[in-house]
Design a protein around this ligand. Structure first.
Ligand SMILES: Cc1cc2nc3c(=O)[nH]c(=O)nc-3n(C[C@H](O)[C@H](O)[C@H](O)COP(=O)(O)O)c2cc1C
Ligand SMILES: [Mn+2]
Length: 496
């Protein structure tokens, strides 16, 4: 018996998407070389269902690809339906419901995984001379890419040498050879931290990568939870059920038992190879490769007719925005609240490509702070930019809670009408940040800090409650009784 349900079983997640029409079985042969990526790209950009490619023109027969596993849908289907399923919620869940559930789970006791002796991920075990990753239908996602990417929607599993901390984290991996992959392990990310611990001992890092993982596990692995917090126990807290894991074939790491595909091996201590370029989350490809660590695969295990999920990074919305951005929103909101700031909500607008976080402030709480704009911006910067999640966020926008920050039109209106071009933006050149941000100078990239800001979208007087501004809109400019009647009788005005 393996555990079921869309949040804890990728195959069930896929079946639910197919049943609701939010995934489509692609009924024609498709080439993994660019064609699957192009179809997936178009699906993201038109909010179309996730394409399930079952008939691939190259690669080991039986393997399938699922593009856009957490792409956006059209509102009639539940725009955030695929995201919501990752958090164990119904298709019609709002961003706020998802984020609050993620935060509640952060304050719930971890529910560690349970070990089972067998699972669907062991239906096929490939090793030795039979192992050739290059024979799999690994897609070339964009014509600019420096290689074929196997791991775009999977997570790494590593454990500290003292076994006190197991980390599940999402980061991309590119094919390098028949049994090798190459990909980033940044020192600020937990994969890089744990890799450094093994390297210091002169040892290679036991490693596994899970593809087609339980969606809740993938989401947790894309979430900047603090160091030494196990994402595996967080998934249990989030879903209310411990994840079923099974021992790897090659070493003592444990992997989700119902995963579609598992790669087992090690991360070599010092070996690197060129990786990239790849079309990335910010919406650009920079046309150069960088040396990154090499991952050695000793064993491949997979389900029958396995499904490889594929994220084709680029212009929003794709999973770096819908999953990563939402997970950053939750951890950042929790950090700001815990610091005692009067924060209503925090949201990485998908349209901003995980390059900004909008924070809405409770108006009464803001007045009680008796603060200045400068002080407020500095406090937010200090609290946020010093955190693991805040390292990922280059720009912050502050607005009051009359703005629904999950509606980009309202955010644009606030940014245009409330932030002063001369005094509204406060910069933090010493704050450390992720070096992948497109506008950073080479000097800032090398230094590891700079290019970070807090923009206050606050009208004069909004801090002390003396602002005379009243929004002119349907919601605010008419008596409630009149609005209710108009809505109820809308068709009688000639509207269908
Ligand atoms: C689809 C997707 C792709 C991602 N790709 C990378 C990546 O290539 N490198 C990286 O450092 N982080 C990547 N991330 C973000 C990390 O998963 C995220 O920052 C997470 O917090 C890292 O785990 P850690 O906090 O345990 O280090 C990606 C996230 C998602 C959802
Ligand atoms: Mn972590």
């Amino acid at each position: 018996m393996t555990q079921h349900g869309p949040a804890l079983n990728f195959r069930d997640f896929l079946d639910t998407l197919l049943a609701t029409g939010d995934a489509v079985p692609v009924g024609r042969p498709v080439d993994p070389h660019l064609e699957a990526g192009a179809v997936t790209r178009r699906a993201y950009e038109t909010h179309a269902p996730a394409p399930l490619f079952t008939d691939l023109t190259t690669g080991t027969p039986g393997f399938r690809l699922l593009g856009a596993p957490a792409g956006m849908s059209t509102p009639d289907k539940g725009a955030y339906g695929r995201l919501a399923a990752h958090a164990g919620l119904d298709r019609d869940a709002t961003p706020r419901t998802v984020v609050e559930k993620l935060i509640t789970a952060m304050h719930t006791a971890p529910l560690p995984p349970v070990t089972v002796t067998d699972g669907p991920c062991k239906e096929n075990v490939v090793r030795g001379a039979d192992l050739d990753l290059t024979a799999l239908p690994v897609p070339l996602l964009h014509q600019e890419d420096g290689g074929r990417y196997l791991g775009t929607y999977g997570f790494h599993i590593v454990r500290t040498p003292d076994a006190s901390w197991t980390s599940w984290s999402v980061a991309r991996t590119m094919l390098h050879g028949p049994t090798t992959l190459v990909g980033p392990a940044m020192p600020q990310q937990h994969l890089g931290m744990i890799h450094a611990m093994w390297r210091e001992k002169g040892l290679r890092t036991p490693w596994a990568m899970v593809l087609g993982a339980p969606p809740a596990a993938l989401a947790a692995a894309g979430m900047p939870l603090p160091a030494h917090v196990g994402e595996d126990g967080y998934v249990g807290a989030l879903t209310g059920s411990p994840v079923e894991v099974v021992r790897a074939e090659t070493h003592d790491l444990y992997v989700p038992a119902n995963a579609e595909i598992v790669l087992e091996g090690y991360l070599s201590a010092d070996e690197t190879a060129p990786e990239g370029p790849m079309g990335e989350y910010h919406g650009y490809s920079f046309g150069e490769s960088r040396p990154q660590p090499v991952f050695h695969v000793e064993t491949l295990t997979h389900r029958d007719r396995p499904v490889l999920p594929v994220c084709v990074a680029g212009l929003p919305p794709e999973e770096n925005h819908t999953i990563w951005g939402t997970m950053i929103s939750a951890t950042a909101l929790d950090t700001l609240r815990t610091a005692g700031l009067p924060v209503d909500f925090a949201w990485c607008s998908y349209e901003a490509a995980t390059c900004w976080l909008v924070v809405s402030l409770d108006r009464a709480g803001l007045r009680r702070m008796r603060t200045t704009e400068r002080e407020l911006a500095d406090t937010v910067a200090r609290v946020l930019f010093g955190s693991h999640a805040g390292w990922l966020v280059p720009k912050v926008l502050l607005v009051t809670d009359d703005i629904d920050i999950t509606d980009i039109r309202q955010v644009v209106w606030a940014l245009a009408t409330r932030s002063h071009p001369g005094t509204g933006t406060h910069t933090y050149p010493d704050a450390p940040g992720i070096p992948l941000v497109p506008y950073l100078t080479p000097e800032e990239v090398a230094a590891g800090h700079g290019g970070k800001s807090v923009t206050c979208c606050l009208l004069p007087g909004q801090l002390d409650g003396t602002s005379r501004a009243v929004t002119a809109s349907f919601a605010t400019s008419y008596p409630p009784e009149l609005r209710r009647r108009i809505v109820a009788e809308w068709a009688t005005y000639g509207y269908r």
